[in-house]
Design a protein around this ligand. Structure first.
Ligand code: BZD
Length: 831
């Protein structure tokens, strides 16, 4: 325990200013104080950024008493907690959420306006912390929001990247990445604690030695180390007075590290060493589904996990805590395989540092972790080559080998005549290089393994981890994802929230099943009219944002058909594009009368991993098609493509509430769950989708009549692939498809240059890994059903209301209840 952290003087029972005045005047005083003494400016000279920072700090103060109180109670109770270990927390903007949680919205709005300041302007000044790639990172943020709201003790542990997910720009329609310097203007939501830094070590050697007790032990002498500095963030529950903690780690050079070099006189080298250490948390890796096996990435993973375990054991647990009881005190939830190195790390702490024998250590370790898998793509399952792992973490590699030896011995007892199976299940892969399969390690050591939607969990059991689910039938479970209704309905869609609250009260914000109370109102024409009015207002709101943010003009009187998610072949943005190109081609060739076409705005939002060339090409093609279509008078403005750059949480919050149609068109069996799909449903969009991920559950709940299903099912996909899939056959037999592809190949969208998009066309014709051509006709037919349905406004709105009324299941509060019941067994702590 470092002396800096034991500054316990005496009890400090009532935090000072326990009652910040929750009045307009009280707020104004606090705000001006922050502006004057925190920012050092007076109101007349304050920039918007000054005002925003002062505002953030003021709101922070109102939450502070609750935070201190939560921490005090937590220390006292030592109740069973969740430690959510995640390399990503995609938080989105904080100000609005803090205002909502603290119940200060009205006071603040009034107070600011009395000073002539517009709250909306301050909101816009906040740069969102983009510390995640997409669904996985945003899910972590929703989960910690729900746990705080449900009074469940939880610490989020992650990485404070200096640069988050890159800023996407378009240059001539092509993606160009810019660094995301989110900290540049200051970061008022974090509390750095350099005095509580912990050392994390890497490299070096391991040797045998005889300990004082005569036992032969292994000793790791690391080669280098860095400091992990914690930055704490508040995670306020909704109006319940609870504030949990998110602790993100930042790497800094250790003093010892540079001292030797400084003394040798090589100043430049010492500074270089500093930079080297700080590189560890410099940047978020932007690969969302094909993680490259980069050494720096493994450094990041071990860095945050080692710091988190040490922090939990040394600082969160009371002095003298008997670690044999650890499983009764904590659940380390592993958000995908990124934190899985925590497993050998806990073994190392118990065996090497605490001197336990192996079996005791394993008996505790194997009760502390649970693993959530977020993928089905084989290329997304992390493996670490043993030469890399052994160089960076030699002792951990030994421990993994020993875990594996014991596991294989166990397997050979169960399957004495099936060495093939034993090798298949080994934590160590032998081919193409010897490597550690992190998902297998997590499965062997975890108490539970869960998928993120029913179909996904079933495919994990039956396919990806089939050998393991047979061996450990009780380990496998499902927890379907969810999203927080606070951010994605209450804050993102104030119009709809107001209407819902008027109809059924505001209990839905923390008990989303109450949305069922809206069901009868689907048949109330006045309710439908108001519901529609809100949708239209939301379209005007996004239209406004798009003009100012991106210079894009859209018509709010069209159907908003929206596809927003990372760019990946399996998600099939190209399928959507083929539909658009086909409509265009048919109008141009005279097959289709433009007057018969439902006016639509096709909105896209998607970042491509910078090294994923085909994905970047597809972005280029979407923009190229957009340019051509938007400018072609033959379409009479009835079809528009809008592709704002840099889709992020903030943009999602205005775009999703404006959507009529939600595009969830991944190839069946590839999207683990999806969470955007849930956000759309909750905001009254109808879904056109495949039987994939959580779409299956959305459709079951909202009903077949209120969901546009199309496409091959997962077993049909498997079958077709087994029989041999030939995309060109679809090209040859489907004239519309052929004409659309030919139009792209002709250079119509690339100023006559046939080479530009040739890779996309030839990939679709000859490979098409995700069967876009096989599903084309079914998709187009489903879109025709959408048009017909949409033409009857009342019918459409009725379905949209029913979508909202039946989507309460997709609250992340429900996901948390499922985790608690099936995995964690952590009762809420009453305030
Ligand atoms: O996780 C996503 C899945 O693709 C979605 O289907 C699912 O809904 C969400 C939440 O469970 N996976 C990711 O977002 N994965 C990553 O972002 C990622 C990041 C780094 C490395 C590998 C994957």
């Amino acid at each position: 325990r470092s002396p800096a952290t034991v500054a316990r003087v005496t009890e400090n029972p009532t935090p000072i200013a326990a009652t910040r005045e929750r009045t307009v005047d009280g707020f104004v005083r606090e705000f001006l104080r922050e502006l004057n003494f925190g920012q050092g400016v007076d109101l007349s000279r304050a920039s918007v950024n000054d005002q925003y920072l002062a505002m953030a700090r003021t709101v922070r103060h109102y939450l502070m008493v609750r935070w201190l109180e939560t921490l005090r109670r937590q220390g006292e109770l030592q109740a069973k907690s969740v430690a959510y270990l995640s390399a990503e927390f995609l938080l989105g903007r904080q100000l609005d959420n803090a205002l909502l949680a603290s119940g200060l919205e009205e006071i603040v709005e009034e107070g600011l306006s009395s000073l002539g300041i517009d709250l909306a302007t301050l909101r816009e000044a906040e740069v969102e912390p983009g510390l995640g790639n997409g669904g996985l990172g945003r899910l972590a943020a929703c989960f910690i929001d729900s746990l705080a709201t449900m009074n469940v003790p939880c610490i989020g542990y992650g990485i404070r990247y200096e640069y988050g997910i890159f800023q996407q720009t378009f240059v001539d329609g092509w993606q160009v990445e810019k660094p995301d310097d989110w900290l540049a203007l200051g970061s008022p939501w974090e509390f750095p604690h350099p005095e509580a830094a912990v050392r994390v070590s890497f490299g070096g050697t391991v040797e045998q030695y005889q300990a004082d007790d005569g036992v032969i032990r292994r000793r790791w002498t690391p080669g280098w180390s860095v400091l992990a500095v914690p930055y704490n963030y508040m995670v306020p529950g909704f109006e319940n007075g609870r504030v949990n903690t998110l602790r993100l780690w930042s790497a800094e050079a250790t003093h010892a590290f540079d001292l030797g070099i400084f003394n040798s006189g090589d100043y430049a080298e010492a500074v270089r060493a500093q930079t080297f250490a700080e590189n560890i948390t410099k940047v978020l890796y932007p690969e969302d589904s094909t993680p490259q096996g980069k050494e720096l990435r493994l450094q990041q993973q071990y860095f945050f996990v080692a710091a988190s375990l040490k922090n939990f054991i040394d600082e969160v647990l009371p002095d003298g805590y008997d670690l044999h009881n650890l499983p009764d005190r904590i659940n380390f939830q592993l958000n995908d395989t990124h934190p899985v190195i925590a497993i050998p790390e806990l073994m190392r702490i118990l065996v090497d540092e605490k001197g336990w024998d192996w079996d005791d250590a394993w008996s505790v370790t194997s009760k502390c972790f649970a693993y959530t898998c977020h993928t089905l793509l084989p290329e997304a399952l992390e493996v670490w080559p043993v030469d890399l792992l052994g160089r960076l973490l030699p002792r951990h590699l030994e421990i993994i080998y020993r875990i594996n030896d014991a596991f294989l011995a166990e397997l050979r007892e169960t399957y004495p005549d099936d060495e093939l199976r034993v090798r298949r299940m080994s934590i160590i892969a032998e081919y193409p290089v010897r490597a550690v399969r992190m998902a297998y390690l997590a499965t062997v050591a975890g108490t539970k393994v869960n998928g993120v939607a029913e179909l996904h969990s079933q495919l994990l059991r039956d396919k990806v981890l089939n050998d393991f689910s047979e061996y450990y039938p009780d380990k496998f479970t499902n927890v379907t994802n969810g999203v927080t209704p606070r951010r994605f309905v209450r804050l993102a869609n104030p119009g709809l929230s107001g209407l819902i609250t008027e109809a059924i009260g505001d209990g839905w914000i923390t008990d989303l099943d109450r949305l069922q109370g809206l069901e009868p109102l689907a048949d109330d024409s006045e309710f439908r009219r108001r519901f529609r009015e809100i949708k239209t207002a939301n379209k005007h709101r996004i239209a406004d944002v798009l003009v100012h943010r991106d210079g894009i003009v859209v018509n709010p009187d069209t159907m908003f058909d929206v596809m927003v998610k990372r760019l990946h072949e399996y998600k099939r943005q190209t399928l959507k594009l083929l539909h658009i190109v086909s409509l265009y081609e048919q109008v141009k060739s005279g097959k289709l009368d433009i007057a018969q076409v439902t006016p639509r705005t096709f909105a896209f939002g998607a970042k491509a991993a910078p090294g994923y060339l085909l994905a970047k090409q597809i972005i280029g093609l979407i923009n190229a098609v957009g340019r051509t279509i938007n400018d072609d008078p033959a379409l009479e403005g009835r079809l528009t493509v809008a592709f704002p750059a840099n889709y992020n949480v903030t943009l999602a919050e205005t775009l999703i509430p404006a959507a009529d149609l939600s595009e969830q068109i991944s190839l069946a069996g590839k999207e683990a769950s999806g969470t955007g799909n849930m956000k759309f449903t909750l905001n009254g969009a109808l879904t056109i989708g495949t039987d994939d991920g959580a779409n299956v559950e959305i459709r079951r709940l909202v009903g077949d009549d209120h969901f546009f299903l199309f496409g091959l099912t997962e077993p049909e996909v498997s079958d077709l692939v087994d029989r041999g899939y030939h995309p060109s056959a679809y090209y040859e037999t489907n004239a519309d498809l052929r004409h659309a592809l030919d139009l792209i190949a002709s250079g119509a969208f690339s100023r006559g240059d046939r080479t530009v998009f040739e890779p996309i066309v030839s990939n679709l014709l000859h490979e098409d890994r995700f069967l876009a051509l096989a599903d084309f006709q079914a998709y187009v037919d489903a879109q025709a059903r959408v048009d017909t349905f949409y033409a009857d406004t009342d019918q459409w709105t009725r379905s949209a209301v029913l979508n909202v009324a039946r989507a309460g299941f997709f609250s992340s509060d429900r996901s948390m209840r499922d985790y608690i019941e099936r995995i964690w067994h952590t009762p809420p702590v009453l305030p």
